[in-house]
Design a protein around this ligand. Sequence first.
Ligand code: HAM
Length: 419
Amino acid sequence: MISVPKGCKDVLPSRTPLWQYVEERARRTAERYAFREIRTPVFEHTELFARGVGDTTDVVTKEMYTFLDKGGRSVTLRPEGTAGVARAFVENGLQGGVLPFKAYYLCSAYRYERPQAGRLREFHQFGAELYGSAEPQADAEILCFAHAFLRELGLRNFTLKLNSIGCPSCRAAYQEALREYFRPRLGEMCEDCRARFGKNPMRMLDCKEEGCKAIAAGAPRVLDYLCDDCRAHFGEVQSLLRAAGVPFTVDPAIVRGLDYYSRTVFEFATDAAGAQGTLLGGGRYDGLLSQLGAKPTPAVGFGVGLERLLMVMEAEGAETPAPPAADCYLLGMDAPSRTRAFLLAEELRREGISCETDLMARSVKAQFKYADKAAARYVVVIGEEELSSGEAEVKDMRASRSERVKFGGLAQYLKGGKR
Ligand code: HAM
């Protein structure tokens, strides 16, 4: 038997209603904040992620699905949604259009990670990006949006951890302070951290090795190195959140695993079992668009993993939709009635009614059993007598009563006209 690739999951029909529900809430929240949907390719030139996400990140150095296409070009399955949106914005000249540009996406993403609960190789993200505003209001709107989305799904047990990692000018001093701190401790750190030390010491702060984590815990805090502008910006983001009633804690340990961030960074974390802690992450990335060839354009956004979201919703017992059921089941008692049931089902479907009829040559008893399992609200029974009278027996399974309804009046009856 051929199995699904490691780290990938099928979403079976029994689960898709839950996915559709989350996606529908995502779209609904996005529209409330006037973000419009954007769709970009599932693969991009490898260079986009190397340059955009950053060539010292785990995502780029270890986790990308990169291959040569038949033309010998190196392409990569997107490990996240942001870089593609940024490329599309620049390539389509959208910086010349109305700003701020506000877009959201629901997309699959691919990372070659060690699979475990909440960590997959193919996963799905809902994300939003806002381009063109450096104002703290833009950061605050993105944070309010992310918060509103999680609330919309009925989640309550999450915390927003907020930090600022400054701009390139204040970060230079911070990077130097980090090097000074880590230099005498390098011997006790992992090989990856030793490589990060030269290229980007901030990456050492989110190493997953226990020994490195313990050392990183004592490292200088970025907040102590912010320049006046970055400090004022961060202060303003916090006051807006307070005023909007979005609770948060400032957590200097949040540095994020992707290189493009500047100033505000954040994560929504949860304790729900198996969800890997971080549910949603994002921040400001004012340098990325110019790196991709645009004129300097400030940017801020968030991304949330849908698989993790579903795990947390289930762990929290959040309300989810009942699985959909057909409106009615048309039951034929003999061969001619079955044919009539089949044709009536077609007529009803044309009227927008969802219905099923027997496709398995089942006995009458087995058809009743099936209709019950399928949770059809109505069972329309057709037999010899009904064929000659032109009236079906309609059983309302919820109200446990039945009525005789002319074939021609079934659609109206089932739509509620006579209920
Ligand atoms: P990220 O923190 O790498 O940020 O990923 C965002 C979310 O995607 C995570 O919080 C998690 O829920 C989910 N996720 C990441 N990796 C996996 C995985 N292997 N399996 C399952 N879920 C996963 C970004 O991707 C940024 N693009 C977010 C952003 C948008 N920043 C600004 N704009």
